[in-house]
Write a protein of this length. Sequence first.
Length: 57
Amino acid sequence: MKRIAEILSWLALGITLVPACLFFADKLGLAQAQAWMLGGTVLWFIATPFWMEHKTT
């Protein structure tokens, strides 16, 4: 489960970054880029806490 969450987290990071580059290259519209980036951000915030845990000392 932890490995799946980590893969989803990296995928979400890509979904957040790639649309920005495509918008900058004028390959993607603003509304589409914003929608993809919002989806990637939400997925990242959901997936990341499951594998990036804070260990107490």
